[in-house]
Design a protein around this ligand. Structure first.
Ligand SMILES: *[C@@H]1O[C@H](CO)[C@@H](O)[C@H](O)[C@H]1NC(C)=O
Ligand SMILES: *[C@@H]1O[C@H](CO)[C@@H](O)[C@H](O)[C@H]1NC(C)=O
Length: 874
């Protein structure tokens, strides 16, 4: 075969060390034939292209990078990633991964409207008292573009915003559209100089960083915003780097181009929050990110919106050692109407099918009960039997297991109730759909309990509605958002780094799409941190490196509690806490490093040195303390896949400080040794992730305490199950139509790979945790001899993998699926896969345990998939 001959030329050229081929993350698609290559330090573009040509690789250059020593190419010949890795001077090879715009929740107009989130972070004081606005700082937005004509981006005195080309004093001074409207991540990008946003996400992000809707004259300059708002740094200027078409997918080769242009345009800060995916810190954009930070740029990345998937999910893009992985906190303040019962006023949210504030006359209430006397979810009409609910407001529990709000609304309408209040569970004010035309209100969990208790005392009293909408701090507001992803990463590093408001955030939207929107996501928290960087730089009249700012933010963040209990939220969820930009600017103390990774029981870093620096003008005495946080338990039932909602336990480590206090002269620092002991409580067999905070408190008046989070795992991390073996995985699968629709492969007699009509065949697994080496091994059934690692499409089933999510956004299974047509490689360095002869083979999926040496079978979790009989052309 001709191709084989060409490929073997490359094999012959394999000399010293081969480059490393990286897989892409679970659930992420790759660009067919597209690769990002990083060269060895001594190699350059010319060397690489010469060597591609001399090895007869048919290629096209997609991008050549400057700061990242490498390029992105499309390969048109049959060569795959392993072949490229063999070329001299190649250090790393990644298939180009496609990212989608992160899913954000868009809140409806009738939902509760948020108020300013700046009270939570001290930004209100920086604006009002210190007059900080981010003036002089340039922020790059790598996103869907910016609607630069929006009035919230207008310079003082102008009616609308502008882009550099169109006028002076524009807020958007730089920009580039790398892709064009029609780009979908797969098509050929068509770049031009106009970064106008046709999607909305980038305009929302830019508004959070530095929009200003305070000066807008409604009517004259477009519609009035739903509430007054101003971004974190309302005088920064922007670079708008558009990497998405109107459809919302892009390749990471494009993101890297945008990162480099933003740097070359002189941007001080860039923020990226791209689709999630748990992984190791080896993605090419993470590699480039650390290089940019080392050159003085700040970089904030979204921690991810996979909070409902449990631990180990924090997103790959923020995993760089120096970059900030940002978690989301819910906005504490919202604009809401209220009701009064028994003399107590409570806020409520309006069902979106009702569309307006409730304006009913005062009426008694009627709780609906289950047979056991507990408050009913109101899903079953039988629970209304014998009750007269006419001219009454019914009270039910908002549990959505059996029915949704539309269903319980319809039941109440059928029973002729005048209206309904729904107690949110577990806390907060849930968004309700509701039944058309029926007055339904969503109330806080505690408000529901109060209502029930007051009704039990006096069932005749009435509930009155107020139509006035006010700014109210809502139950659950200000806490870490439920959707925000949990750490740790695959190396047990403490991620995410810190939090910012990201739940229910009002900001700008393209004027063509309504001008304003309320969105939720770590995508909204990330630009908050980017804006905070701008305030910090302006306050310091300096542009410190991103890692210096990250440390200031982490050291001074506000540590959050878990809702409804007294323990502090795990650092694997909140990082160091909610950013407090005021304290970060004012503090004259710091602690290095800004996180402590204790690892696990076997490898525990028991003795840790930290450095406290006093950059104030006077000497300062610091006292030390320890704040334990709650532990997260994810493996309580011998489960191989982590719980979607980790159990919260009060297992905490103990810390002994080498001294109780330390006096540090102005401008000097001191080293302190910490001795950690892991929690006495907590079952090592279920691997609790424990955490806490080490605090240094200045004793002088107004001194701002500084802290660092620590995280650790009780038990042996190398025993944590890797593969989900409870739900039928790993398995042989085949795919019908859509790639995502994977069903267990039917018991086939012979897979005839010579017949094109043979259904596709894959070896599929679901990983509940990271593995440093995921391998699929093939053995001859007859004599059990090893014949190689499963290979296909230029890739072999060897290498590190991140964990899988519970499901893809379309509800399909999120799995690693390896298509097979009978090929294997004998090692990671074999270039041309071997086609196996017809026969019966046994297939084994083996995942290396974390933190172990690559010794097989000793350090591998092994799953025998039994045999499959194949017919091939070999
Ligand atoms: C887990 O498995 C072990 C060993 O089979 C058993 O002793 C234990 O009771 C199981 N624990 C749970 C919670 O099922
Ligand atoms: C994974 O295991 C294979 C087989 O032992 C080995 O050749 C390869 O180098 C390993 N890869 C990594 C990344 O450890």
């Amino acid at each position: 075969m001709k191709i084989t001959a060409i490929l073997s030329v490359i094999a012959a050229a394999t000399l010293v060390s081969a480059g490393k081929v990286h897989p892409i993350n679970a659930g992420r698609e790759h660009v067919s034939g597209g690769y990002i290559i990083e060269y060895e330090d001594h190699a350059n573009h010319r060397d690489f292209q010469n060597s591609l040509r001399s090895h007869k690789v048919d290629f096209k250059v997609r991008s050549e990078y400057g700061i990242f020593n490498g390029a992105a190419i499309t390969v048109n010949s049959e060569h795959g990633g392993n072949d490229l890795a063999k070329l001299p001077g190649v250090k790393n090879v990644w298939p180009i991964a496609r990212y989608s715009i992160p899913k954000v929740k868009q809140h409806k107009k009738t939902d509760k409207e948020p108020l300013s989130d700046h009270k939570m972070t001290g930004v209100d004081v920086l604006h009002d008292k210190y007059k900080l606005t981010g003036k002089g700082i340039k922020v790059g937005v790598i996103d869907t573009g910016i609607d630069y004509l929006h009035p919230a981006f207008a310079a003082k005195g102008a009616d609308k915003g502008c882009f550099a080309r169109y006028g002076k004093n524009c807020r958007v001074t730089h920009g580039w559209d790398f892709v064009g409207d029609h780009y979908d991540g797969k098509s050929t990008p068509k770049s031009d100089s106009d970064p106008m946003d046709c999607f909305g996400h980038g305009t929302h992000v830019a508004g959070i960083i530095g929009g200003n809707a305070l000066h807008i004259v409604p009517g004259k300059q477009g519609p009035a915003p739903p509430a007054a708002f101003v971004g974190v740094a309302p005088e920064v200027t922007f670079g708008a780097y558009r990497v998405f078409g109107c459809d919302g997918e892009t390749g990471n080769d494009i993101i890297m181009q945008a990162m480099e242009l933003a740097f070359n345009d002189g941007m001080d800060v860039i923020n990226m929050s791209l689709g999630g995916g748990s992984a190791y810190k080896t993605a090419p954009e993470a590699v480039l990110g650390d290089k940019l930070i080392a050159r003085g740029m700040a970089l904030a990345s979204a921690g991810g919106n996979d909070g409902s998937d449990g631990v180990w999910m924090v997103s790959d893009t923020g995993l760089g050692d120096l970059s900030s992985s940002v978690a989301s906190f819910d906005n504490a303040f919202q604009l809401l109407p209220s009701y009064t019962f028994a003399g107590v006023k409570h806020p409520y949210g309006i069902a979106s099918a009702y569309k307006k504030v409730i304006d009913l006359p005062a009426m008694p209430i009627q709780p609906i009960f289950e047979a056991d006397g507990s408050l009913s979810d109101g899903c079953d009409p039988a629970r209304y039997a014998g009750l007269d609910v006419t001219k009454k407001i019914v009270l039910v529990l908002g549990d959505v297991t059996r029915c949704k709000s539309g269903g319980r609304g319809t039941v109440a309408v059928g029973a002729k109730a005048a209206g309904m209040v729904v107690q949110t569970t577990p806390f907060g004010i849930a968004s309700l759909g509701g039944a058309p035309g029926f007055p339904m209100a969503s109330i806080e969990n505690k408000a529901g309990n109060d209502l029930l208790a007051a009704w039990k005392k006096d069932s005749k009293q009435t509930l009155t509605w107020s139509t006035k909408v006010e700014s109210i701090q809502v139950e659950g507001g200000g806490f870490p958002s439920g959707f925000s992803s949990y750490g740790l990463d695959g190396d047990l590093r403490s991620k995410p780094d810190l939090g910012a408001p990201g739940g229910a955030i009002l900001s700008t939207y393209p004027t063509a799409k309504g001008s304003y929107a309320v969105l939720s996501g770590t995508s909204m928290a990330t630009p908050y941190v980017a804006g905070a960087h701008a305030l910090y730089m302006q306050a310091k009249h300096a542009k410190p490196h991103g890692d210096v700012i990250r440390k200031a933010f982490k050291n001074t963040a506000t540590i959050s509690k878990d809702i409804g209990v007294s323990t502090l939220t795990s650092a694997a969820k909140q990082g160091s806490g909610l950013v407090n930009v005021l304290n970060a600017v004012l503090t004259t103390s710091s602690i290095t490093p800004d996180h402590i990774d204790l690892l696990d029981s076997v490898r525990m870093n028991k003795k840790v040195k930290i450095t406290i620096k006093n950059s104030g003008k006077k000497s300062e005495t610091y006292s030390f303390s320890h704040l334990p946080a709650s532990a997260l338990v994810s493996y309580t039932g011998n489960n191989t896949y982590p719980l979607a909602t980790p159990q919260i336990e009060a297992d905490s480590a103990s810390v002994v400080f080498s001294q109780k206090k330390v006096k540090i002269p102005a401008g000097k620092s001191a080293k302190i040794t910490l001795h950690f002991e892991e929690p006495k409580k907590g079952n090592a067999k279920v691997w609790p992730i424990y955490s806490g905070f080490v605090v240094a408190t200045p004793t002088s008046k107004n001194g701002i305490p500084v802290h660092v989070p620590y995280t650790g795992l009780k038990g042996d991390v190398s025993k944590i199950p890797i593969m989900d073996v409870e739900d039928g995985w790993p398995a042989f699968t085949h795919t019908e139509g859509e790639v995502s629709k994977i069903t267990p492969y039917p018991k086939v007699k012979v897979l005839d790979f010579t017949n094109p009509k043979t259904p596709s065949f894959e070896v599929t697994a679901k990983l509940g945790s990271h593995t440093p080496n995921y391998t699929i091994r093939v053995y001859k059934a007859s004599d059990k001899s090893f014949v190689g690692y499963l290979a296909s499409d230029g890739e072999a089933a060897i290498g590190p993998r991140g964990r899988n999510k519970l499901a893809n956004t379309d509800g399909s299974e999120n799995v690693w699926s390896f298509p097979w047509v009978g090929q294997v490689v004998s090692s990671a360095t074999q270039v041309v896969p071997t086609l196996l002869p017809s026969g019966t083979y046994r297939i084994e999926v083996a995942s290396q345990y974390k933190f172990t040496k690559d010794e097989y079978p000793k350090n591998y979790e092994i799953f025998d998939l039994k045999t499959v009989t194949i017919k091939t052309a070999a």
